[in-house]
Design a protein around this ligand. Sequence first.
Ligand code: GDP
Ligand code: MG
Length: 605
Amino acid sequence: FPCDVIRNFSIIAHIDHGKSTLADRLLELTGTIQKKLSGKNEQVLDKLKVERERGITVKAQTASMIHKFEDRKFLLNLIDTPGHVDFAWEVSRSLAACQGALLLVDASQGVQAQSISVFHNARERGIKIIPVLNKIDLPAAQPDRIAAQIQATFGLDPSEILQISAKTGKGVEAVLEAIIQRVPPPVARADSPLKAFLFDSMYDKYRGVISLVSVQGGVLRKGDKIASCYTRKKYEITELGILHPEEVPTTSLNPGQVGYIACNMKQSSEAHIGDTLHRVGEVVEPMAGFQPAKAMVFAGVYPIENSEFPKLEESINRLTLTDRSVTVQRESSTALGQGCRLGFLGTLHMDVFRQRLEDEHDANVIITAPTVPYKIIYKDKEVIISNPTDFPDVGDLGIRVREIQEPVVKASIIVPEEYFGDMMELCYSHRAEEVEHRYLDSGTSSARIMLNCIIPLSEIVTDFFDQLKSRSSGFASFDYEDAGYRKSDLAKMTFLLNGKPVDALALIVHRSAQETVGRQWVKKLHKVIPRQLFEVPIQAAVGKKVIARETLKAMRADVTAGLYGGHYERKMKHLENQKEGKRRMKKMGTVELPQEAFFEILSNK
Ligand code: GDP
Ligand code: MG
């Protein structure tokens, strides 16, 4: 396939607007996959179990298809992109290998927050954007109105907008034509030095690291000796091919093509996303690389059974081979034992990772409350911490510590006018600043408003998204981007059982929320901690100051009272346990916080 018959494109859209469904239709229409007789949406590109279950795409997938148009065969390379704010980084990565993008908008819902962010992402890269209205089969579809909205929001000509139903297949043929006619072919020459852009990688038990590359110049062949611009390491290509959508080995990857390579790369960390590969002995200018993904949410992960830590650590390491955006560090806690501190792109990412741990590695885990990275400006240095235990004490502020800063994001919310008041309230109750808004479509009966503000990241990692959805009856959409760090009035809150702090429960809380948070957690602890043989005060404290308190009453003296008569052995055992328990309590003077209690506190927020 020479360059002029190659098209590299991706589908960008707000979540649920139909990317995966359209990808399936395109693969069917080009005969890349068999049409399902059942008519069920299989979503071929969503490979992971969690993706199928949640209906979201987590990892971008790539597929090549061949389509005949006006008697010429075209090679169309589709790069599917994930559709959630947490994975914006994956979207930019996919776009770097494309010359065009289908901007898919649901004809019943209209432009949503991520439609806008992905549009700007594509526009900044100078990619050809083809607007597509999807779901026109729905009775609630308003194609004309949404087309006007697309024109007003993106400045795209309404005559360029395609109208389709990815579900029924209506209009999808025209999408293929538009890709061929409107997306420019890649510019790459066979006779220039080899240059391949590495935009994704995965791990295979047998072959090691498999990298996805887009060939920007030269021809890549099996047996080629290549080197990385980034690590300077050398490799030999053992296998290469295209994704059709399964791997199909070929003898070469030509200029402009997208495909996979295996090259005796043993460690995932060697495959640097954004790297440029070249032939050993040749000099090339590396392509502008990527900022590495930045972990924004951290949490401790512990096994339910302490003895299972080695197994858990191995599972985590294996999973991070396929998901490179997770960062891992060992940590230990007096209450939970040995564990790992993981960094994620967002809370959904964290949830997905936990589910994959449970699904694919059979691991039962406790995950501590998520925390964002804080910047501590000491008199002589600046540090970023990702664990509340490392947060300085209140007493240090103004003495050793000059200032504390927290990460903030630029958030945008799109919502029908009638929910505007609720959204403003939601933002202000989450410490939003610089709140501003504008109308997206004026003059219509149910106009939609875009609200922008600066909001602390810590405020959106907990319940913000759920509240946004429930307070807007599901109509609000939300997106955010990094906006740096800002000074903030934060302090570490510790929880004490019988006067002893429980390290795994420490939280960083803004001054304005101390009382609410303290009271809420103390109540929760009170509910889940089993009664002890003595009275146990449960306290929330900031520094030496107690913010909230509950008292757990002592257990009744005779533990056997509740058991039916007759079970002599059981009774004896209980009495023995009680004796043993008393001895241990006296020795340690502490309250054991059972793992199940942790599990309950940390899981049902
Ligand atoms: P993604 O999140 O963008 O990948 O969206 P999906 O492809 O998973 O689609 C989200 C939901 O919309 C699924 O339930 C699809 O069956 C449905 N859907 C997708 N395209 C159409 C369409 O053209 N018409 C209708 N009625 N439903 C569609
Ligand atoms: Mg999808």
